[in-house]
Design a protein around this ligand. Structure first.
Ligand code: ATP
Ligand code: MG
Length: 265
């Protein structure tokens, strides 16, 4: 049996004024797959994430999430449907502590999944949650330890240094409990050690989840992704395993800036 498709994009087009940024993007991400999206600056990667994540409507094309057509659905409805995302520019509750941010994401994830309108009274939900409070605390602490944030647990998120803010942003996306994660350049601006730690964490944390990740570093792509798609001028020009994509002549010229013939040690 073939695995179900978590994210399917069909003919996605979007322009800003006269600039055609997305030109008929087609892409399928299998459930449980880690899929990297690479491409030059301005290729339309973040725009595509905005279309999938519901912050931008496509001019044409459809977005499918777990088999349901979710084109144009609001971000909060998509979150309820199991989609989580981190942003190229971090978005956190700046005045809340690191601990409160992660704990809040865990609670909100629970709320989105459990609170079906009319299915159960608010009082019953509240009572159940109170009982689960200790469990939520334990999970929040695990996330902090995993992302090397435990020493800054009581620091307001807005006061963190950049790398820690990015790690917290990822932790929040993960803690929301989403089955499918869109991660926009999770290692951007980090030093090599920090980036390697985040990639190692993602390898562990993404088990059982579907991940679509924008990433410029080909070593990170190779370490993390099962498959890679290359977006150039708003079109997917190649999809394949990381090693094959690295060897693809079109990709080497269009994106990696390397000569077409592979002559590397
Ligand atoms: N809201 C917007 N209004 C006008 N133009 C936009 C808007 N969002 C993106 N663009 C333009 O669309 C193009 C693609 O931008 P996008 O951010 O999607 O690229 P990207 O592939 O994510 O690039 P990078 O690797 O630099 O993050 C750019 O030319 C950008 O200026
Ligand atoms: Mg971008």
């Amino acid at each position: 049996m073939t695995a179900p498709i978590a994210v399917r994009l069909d003919g996605i087009a979007r322009r800003f004024g006269a600039t055609h940024v997305l030109n008929g993007v087609a892409l399928s991400v299998t459930a449980g797959e880690r899929h990297a999206l690479i491409g030059p600056n301005g290729a339309g990667k973040s725009t595509l994430f905005n279309v999938i994540g519901g912050t931008l409507r496509p001019d044409a094309g459809r977005v499918w999430l777990d088999g349901a057509d979710v084109t144009g659905h609001r971000p909060d409805l998509l979150a309820r449907a199991g989609l989580g995302r981190s942003f190229q520019t971090t978005r956190l509750f700046a005045r809340q502590t690191v601990w409160e941010n992660v704990r809040c994401a865990l609670w909100c994830g629970e709320m989105a999944r459990r609170a079906r309108p009319g299915a159960i009274s608010r009082l019953a939900i509240g009572t159940r949650w109170l009982r689960r409070s200790g469990e939520i605390d334990a999970r929040a602490w695990e996330v902090l330890v995993d992302l090397d944030l435990e020493r800054v647990a009581d620091t307001p998120a807005g006061a963190l240094e950049y790398g820690a803010q990015r790690r917290l942003d990822l932790g929040i996306a993960w803690a929301s409990g989403a089955r499918t994660l869109l991660l926009d350049e999770p290692t951007a601006g980090m030093n090599r050690d920090e980036a390697a730690r985040v990639i190692a964490w993602l390898q562990r944390a993404s088990v059982g989840k579907t991940v679509l990740v924008i990433e410029h570093d080909m070593d990170a792509v190779q370490a993390l992704a099962d498959r890679v798609s290359v977006l150039v001028q708003g079109r997917i020009v190649a999809t394949g395993r990381p090693a094959d994509i690295r060897a693809d002549a079109r990709v080497r010229e269009a994106y990696l800036g390397l000569p077409p013939a592979e002559e590397q040690p």
